[in-house]
Every structure is written in structure tokens, then in C-alpha cells.
Design a protein around this ligand. Structure first.
Ligand code: MN
Length: 305
């Protein structure tokens, strides 16, 4: 246990591989904080008018969690999935030992698009296993009674929040929940004290644990809290993420999460050799090549908070 913290994770702008002219805001991994629970990656793309064409690329050792805010995303993968994703729905792709997928906006021209994409690192028991894809169109919601103002509401996207469980498959004790706080409302988010948590402000204004947040900032809260107070003057859309602190040190490179340098090299070689490990995404004639490896051995990232 590390105790309560209030550390702002400023997002940095990153060009998304294989998509010219498309930048994303990335809050995780942070240089001092590789994971929050098992969450190991947090991107927001948008809001923007864009023609998204993320061509087939591989993943290992993680789950991708796609949560659109505006617009629709077409997902295709090497398991044969081909489906459109809308606001209020969750795409959850479990890479296991290997999968590949593509993500496109719908139509030929630029369209309004805004989405959160997270990765969740898989524990030893699941990271060598079979790949899978799930789309959830009916996620459970709950009301958070306000201390003043109108009640807030939450959608449990992944794991468990306030005693309500998402039907999505998870492999570690975890929470991912969207929280809507009306204007002039103050609420308390109930939290398990032995988990760590963070809150991302997606839209509006919010003071979280007495700390004012700017849009796209993520406030890391540490652990040892049984609740976090959230207050908004004009209304807020927030995303709560957290879980049991992830015990293993992980090596992340490109689209891969592993434990050692050699595992990453093996996955990269398999993708470059078009190995059956990653299958094929139907309907594409281009794929994203792996970038060159750095000239040093990849090392696990450690915490320094
Ligand atoms: Mn991907």
C-alpha cells in the first residue's frame, strides 16, 4: 500500500502509428507510473473531424477497451469480428498470445470522432491464452446520491463499481466506470481501500478530492481511500479507473505487453513474418509494419512516485 496521493498525470500528444495527421492524447503509461491497477495505457483521440484508418496491427498480453464518446468506429479482427461501435457500447478485445485488428471511422470522408481507448495488462494466467472479442451494448448503470444538487450517475464499463459488475470479461480485480455529474452537484465515489484509483476529466469542470482538474487531466489518487469526493459547477463527464495494484513488472513496447525483452522480440518477429500467431484481418491489403527495436534491451518500467 502506498497511501493516498493526488498526482496530476498530464497527457502528452502522440502521433498514432500508421495514421497520418492523427494525434492522440496519452496519459498512460506515465514515466513514473506504468500501471494503475492493471490499466497500462490511456489514450483519447478527438474531438476531431477525422477519417480514421488504423490498419491491421498486432497485440499480445493485454486487452483493448474502446469507449466512444462521439461517432462510430468499425472494428475488424483476426477472429473474423466485423462490427460497428457506438456511444454507450464497449468493445473489449483480449489479445492473449496474439491477435490483430483494424479500426476505421465509418464512411469515406472525415467524420466527428472522439473516443477513449485503454489497455489492460493481462496477468500470467491469461496472457498466454486464447484471443477473444466482446461487444457489450447493455452495460449496467447506477445512481450516486448527491450531497447537494441532482444525483450523479455511473455506467460500469469494466470490473466492479459500488457493488455493480460489468458483464465484460476481466482477469484482475479492476474498475472502469463513466461518471456523469450534473451542474451544481457534489457526490462521493465509493472506493475499495486496497485498490488504487485515478479519475480522468473528459468534459466540463470538476474538483476531485479537493483538487481542480482541467479537461484531459487524470488525477492519480493512490490507494487507502474509501471514497473520493467529486464536485462540479457546470457539469462533468469523468472516467474512473483503478483496481488491485498490478504485481508483475511489465515490458511494454509498441502494441505488446510482456515480461521480457526476448518475448517482445519474438512477437515482433512473428508479426513481421506474417506468422499465423496473429492471423489475418479480412478485407485489408495493407498492414502496419513493426517499428525498429531500440538499440538497447527493453526493460520493465518501474514506479517512482
Ligand atoms: Mn490496437
Amino acid at each position: 500500500m502506498i497511501g493516498p496521493r493526488r498526482i496530476v498525470l498530464e497527457p502528452r500528444e502522440v502521433p498514432l502509428g500508421g495514421v497520418r495527421g492523427m494525434n492522440v492524447l496519452r496519459a498512460l503509461p506515465h514515466r513514473n507510473l506504468p500501471t494503475i491497477g492493471a490499466w497500462c495505457f490511456l489514450d483519447r483521440f478527438g474531438p476531431a473531424d477525422t477519417r480514421m484508418r488504423v490498419e491491421p496491427h498486432p497485440h499480445i498480453g493485454l486487452q483493448t477497451v474502446t469507449w466512444p464518446l462521439v461517432g462510430e468506429i468499425r472494428h475488424r479482427d483476426s477472429l473474423g469480428s466485423d462490427t460497428d461501435l457506438r456511444r454507450g457500447q464497449l468493445n473489449l478485445m483480449t489479445a492473449g498470445n496474439g491477435i490483430s485488428h483494424s479500426e476505421y471511422s465509418i464512411g469515406d470522408g472525415p467524420v466527428p470522432l472522439d473516443a477513449l481507448q485503454f489497455w489492460v495488462v493481462l496477468p500470467e494466467s491469461a496472457r498466454h491464452g486464447a484471443a477473444g472479442f466482446e461487444q457489450h451494448t447493455a452495460l449496467p448503470g447506477l445512481t450516486l446520491p448527491s450531497e447537494h444538487g441532482a444525483d450523479a450517475s455511473a455506467t460500469v464499463v469494466l470490473g466492479e463499481f459500488a457493488g455493480v459488475r460489468s458483464p465484460a470479461s476481466v482477469h484482475t480485480p479492476i474498475v472502469g466506470a463513466e461518471i456523469v455529474v450534473p451542474a451544481g452537484t457534489r457526490v462521493r465515489l465509493p472506493l475499495p481501500a486496497d485498490w488504487e484509483h485515478a479519475v480522468l476529466l473528459v468534459e466540463g469542470d470538476a474538483v476531485v478530492a479537493e483538487h481542480p482538474l482541467a479537461v484531459n487531466e487524470t488525477l492519480y489518487l493512490g490507494d487507502s481511500r474509501v471514497e473520493a469526493e467529486v464536485e462540479s459547477a457546470t457539469g462533468a463527464l469523468l472516467f474512473l479507473l483503478g483496481g488491485e495494484p498490478f504485481a508483475d513488472e511489465i515490458v511494454m513496447w509498441w502494441n505488446f505487453a510482456g515480461r521480457t525483452h526476448d518475448e517482445i522480440v519474438e512477437a515482433r518477429d512473428a508479426w513481421e513474418a506474417a506468422s499465423p500467431r496473429f492471423g489475418e484481418v479480412a478485407g485489408h491489403d495493407v498492414r502496419i509494419p513493426a517499428p525498429p527495436l531500440p538499440p538497447v534491451r527493453l526493460m520493465p518500467r518501474s514506479r517512482s512516485l
